[in-house]
Design a binder for this molecule. Structure first.
Ligand SMILES: *Cc1c(COP(=O)(O)O)cnc(C)c1O
Length: 401
């Protein structure tokens, strides 16, 4: 068990704490679920992009799924092998495409016909061949939150089946494109198997229909999205997840690429904060803590539920847990049962390891929290707390009174 009080005393609050041993267990569970085939677990860097987190997975053999050239650079810096890096995203700039080709990553995941043309043009200018995959939008309802659903035609991601086929045939005839993979990612926080199986079936059929044109793809990229337990959600076991996918691939010789983010990192993370004040009126009890929406945006952005823990016992009453930022949307939980709390008592927000720190900002001129890794009973800083000087560094030299 992590000693949060000791960590808070040593590193101050607000503080992100990541259990790296838990990340290891999750990684190994998913990797071994796919052991019937060759596979690469391409860690979705955006879920927790700290260099030490990426390096932790890289040491276990992971690749990286990146959605900006910044993330590709992070992955390379953290020691991920270029041939295990994938670059996705609906809006890659020319400069990003150029750098991705020059970095010789595994493939660029193309999300539109126009983008395929850009990639071809840029590869031609460089005198190179760009490996690509096409992101297929299989028009499957993933049954998750609308903001994190990506596999419906109403979402901006990928291309429909007919377009995908056309793009593959075009790429196959190009001297500067090498279609090696196929990709789908229907959403995040998936808790049902049927949509995954259906999407996989549709995409596997497309792979088969391309074989008729002597187009043999090597990588079957199933995206990420495996859900986790924030509250009392039912979740999918890695074994069942892998079987649902592998069951659709009979007769196909493909390496599986999986892009887990949240599954590896969410429940490894804790956001540790201190009580500043309690305040009551005739309607509400507010617990005001030193962490805020600029540290952890998910409750404000998605009305996401996070379990909250304190180190106190005793009778509880309902409270809104809020931060110091000047927005009514600055809350972590509403009407949450909490014991009586005093100044400096800890309030710990669970499941904060994915889409936590990375979505943070400096709103209200608040420096970002310190990040700590805990591994084999030892703790270490993996990102220092931001200072006021860090926050104004890019403005100061332009300052005019
Ligand atoms: C965000 C994203 C992932 C990871 O999603 P999780 O829900 O965190 O597993 C994987 N692949 C792509 C293309 C993504 O955009």
């Amino acid at each position: 068990m992590i000693n949060f009080q000791e960590l808070a005393d040593q590193y101050q609050t607000p503080l992100y704490v990541y259990d790296f041993d838990y990340m290891t267990e999750q990684y190994e569970a998913l990797k071994s679920a796919f052991k019937a085939r060759k596979s690469i677990m391409a860690y979705a860097v955006k879920s927790n992009s700290n260099l030490s987190t990426i390096a932790h997975f890289a040491k276990m053999g992971a690749g990286a799924d990146c959605v900006s050239i910044g993330e590709v650079r992070r992955a390379l810096l953290a020691g991920v092998k270029p041939y295990k890096i994938i670059f996705s995203g609906v809006g890659k700039s020319d400069a990003e495409i150029k750098e991705a080709i020059e970095s010789d990553i595994l493939y660029i995941n193309v999300e539109s016909a126009a983008e395929l043309d850009r990639v071809e043009m840029i590869a031609q200018d460089l005198g190179k061949v760009s490996r690509i995959s096409v992101r297929v939008n299989p028009n499957i309802d993933p049954k998750t939150h609308p903001y994190i659903s990506t596999g419906l035609h109403g979402n901006k991601f990928g291309v429909d089946l007919n377009t995908a086929k056309r793009l593959y045939l075009k790429a196959n005839n190009s001297e500067h494109l090498d279609p090696v993979g196929i990709h789908f990612h229907i959403g995040s926080q998936l808790t049902e198997l049927d949509p995954i199986r259906e999407a996989s079936e549709i995409v596997a059929d497309l792979v088969r229909s391309l074989q008729v044109f002597n187009l043999e793809l090597k990588f079957f990229d199933v995206g990420g999205g495996l859900g986790i337990r924030y509250d009392d959600e039912k979740t999918i076991e890695p074994h069942d997840y892998a079987q649902a996918i592998l069951g659709t691939l009979s007769g196909l010789d493909l390496t599986i690429i999986c892009e887990p983010g949240r599954f590896l990192t969410a429940n490894a993370g804790y956001f540790v904060s201190k009580v500043l004040y309690e305040k009551k009126n005739d309607e509400k009890r507010f617990v005001i803590i030193d962490g805020a929406m600029n540290d952890l945006l998910r409750p404000s952005l998605y009305s996401a539920y996070h379990e909250i823990m304190t180190l106190k016992e005793g009778a509880t009453t309902k409270a809104d847990i809020v931060g110091p930022v000047c927005e009514s949307g600055d809350f972590f939980a509403k009407d949450y049962e909490l014991p009586e709390l005093n100044h400096n008592d800890l309030v710990i927000v669970k499941s904060a390891g994915a889409y936590g720190f990375g979505m943070g900002s400096n709103y209200n001129t608040r420096g970002r929290s310190c990040e700590i890794a805990v591994q084999a009973g030892e703790s270490r800083i993996i990102r220092a707390r931001e200072t006021f000087e860090d926050l104004v560094a890019l403005e100061k030299e332009y300052l005019r009174a």
